[in-house]
Unconditional design. Structure first.
Length: 516
């Protein structure tokens, strides 16, 4: 048995190493002698992997022969199902590096989380699952480099905001075709809204989702998309949420739009449960009631450290009633977007200087952004000024050479220099922010920059903006970071090509964006 192989499926899954090779498994006969009904093809939600370490990675699937069944159980029988898995260095599985089996249980919607260990560092692998005679598609994943290694590069694609009803997931398909090392999803993986009749793609159900069954069905509807499945099968993902995985603009235990007639703690608990069931996450993220430990750190040898933040679960309520405001309350020292524990965790991680690049993956706009009336969004870091100042001062005090903020949420692409004092136009940048546009939210969008000329004059540190859908491609080397903003012209029509609309570089040790 390898040093550690943890297999998680449902609650309290069994761990089996060195199991027989994947083989046919017909519908079996239980002790009572009554034959079970044959299971229809159960891998309709695809496969995924995530959170790579130097010797392992998380593998995921969920059994659901009828994904949109209203009870949220995907058409599965109310019984445990044994799921076998294989890992190989070859796409056609000529040799098998590891194999085993795990129990998928009804309590977690027959989801499977396999935490592998004992693999070679900095290596690509292929994986697949089998259950009761059916075999999944093959996924491609990789391990991280050894902690003491300095790889020549790592390519990371960042995505966010995939509103199913507002367009096709073409950008996910184009991401899969890039075959990156990592994909980082920065939130709004699903949207909770009820269906809007007449759209080309319509949400399942009849209303906004509230129950565990409804959240499970919504995740299944998104996961059934072929373009999203291709992206999951292409590379390991690092996932963090924003608000729409639960409810628009919620803050901690404060509902964004009260009035649904249920305890918001209960709604958050069901949403967190469904999120865990449908993501390639480790057991450390399994929710307890309405809480879920999602912020975490992934190291890429001595090249980069990815600090993944949760800016929803622990934040203070939005100031001045939310929205775009001129709001003195936003500057209050007691306000926090991360919570004190996560803030300390982040600063301690930055102080460790594990990699040349410290990449902070988080959700909402980080740099100062004022509109033409001098207002800013209370849902962004502009509504939590003390949090932003403490973290920026923290990385300066800790001599962090290359801080990079990766952002989602805003449905448009942005490249921003970060300053301690945005009133000092001549001050040198102290870091950079790269915000990815949306996968689908906002429809086709436009080539017109979302930043007007008046706003550009108020925000000279905002170097670029663009309004089409797409994703962000970043490549880190010991010498520099390069960032390419990738866009598709239309998502109301499926299958459009992708293009690069702007590129920037950041030199190691010299924060600040340079157009290339």
């Amino acid at each position: 048995m390898n040093r550690r192989i943890i297999l998680l499926g449902g609650v309290g899954a069994a761990a089996v190493a060195g199991a027989a090779a994947l083989a046919g498994s017909a519908a079996d006969t239980p002790a009572g002698g009554t034959a079970r009904a044959a299971l229809a093809y159960p891998f309709r939600l695809g496969v995924a992997s995530g959170d790579p370490e130097p010797d392992g990675v998380v593998l995921w699937t969920r059994l659901a022969p009828r994904p949109l069944n209203g009870d949220g159980l995907g058409g599965m029988p109310n019984r445990d199902v044994t799921v076998e898995w294989q890992v190989s260095t070859e796409e056609h599985f000529g040799t098998v590096a590891q194999r085993g089996s795990v129990t998928a249980r009804p309590a977690e919607a027959h989801s499977v989380h396999v935490e592998l260990a004992g693999l070679a560092p900095d290596s690509w692998y292929y994986y697949r699952f089998r259950a009761e005679g059916h075999t999944s598609r093959v996924g491609r994943t990789r391990t991280a480099p050894a902690l003491t290694a300095t790889p020549s590069s790592v390519t990371v694609l960042a995505a966010s905001c995939a509103h199913y009803e507002q367009g096709h997931f073409t950008a996910y398909r184009r991401m899969a075709e890039e075959r990156p090392d990592l994909i980082l999803h920065l939130g709004d993986y699903i949207y909770e809204y009820g269906p809007v009749p007449g759209r080309a793609r319509v949400h399942s159900g009849v209303s906004e989702i509230l129950s565990l069954a409804q959240y499970r069905v919504r995740h299944a509807q998104y996961k059934a998309d072929a373009d999203l499945q291709a992206a999951h099968a292409a590379a390991p993902w690092l996932v963090v949420w924003d608000d729409h995985e639960v409810h628009n603009n919620y803050a901690g235990l404060v509902e964004g739009d009260p009035g649904h007639g249920i305890d918001f703690r209960a709604r958050r608990a069901t949403a967190y449960q469904a999120y865990y069931e449908n993501m390639p996450l480790r057991a450390t993220a399994r929710p307890v009631a309405w809480n879920m430990a999602l912020f975490r750190r992934v190291r890429w040898g001595r090249l980069a450290t990815f600090h993944l933040l949760d800016t929803r679960q622990y934040r203070s309520d939005q100031a001045c009633g939310d929205g775009w405001k001129v709001c003195p309350e936003a500057a209050a020292a007691t306000r926090t977007i991360t919570g004190p524990g996560q803030e300390t965790w982040l600063l301690d991680g930055l102080a460790a200087h594990h990699g040349s690049w410290d990449v902070i993956g988080q959700q909402v706009f980080f740099a100062q952004r004022l509109d033409s009336a001098g207002r800013s969004s209370m849902d962004s870091w502009n509504g939590y000024l003390a949090s932003r100042q403490r973290i920026q001062r923290g990385w300066l005090d800790r001599s962090v050479r290359n801080p990079v903020i990766l952002t989602g949420d805003v449905h448009t692409a942005w490249a921003n220099d970060l300053k301690m004092d945005y009133r000092d136009v001549a001050a040198a940048p102290i870091g950079v922010e790269l915000a990815t546009t949306s996968i689908a939210s906002g429809g086709d969008g436009s080539d017109t920059p979302p930043l007007s000329d008046t706003e550009a004059a108020l925000n000279p540190h905002l170097k670029f903006s663009h309004g089409r859908r797409g994703y962000l491609r970043t490549r880190y080397t010991p010498a520099q970071l390069t960032a390419d903003f990738r866009a598709v012209s239309r998502i109301t029509v499926a299958g459009e090509p992708v293009r690069t609309v702007a590129s920037f570089a950041v030199a190691e040790g010299r924060p600040g964006l340079q157009a290339i």
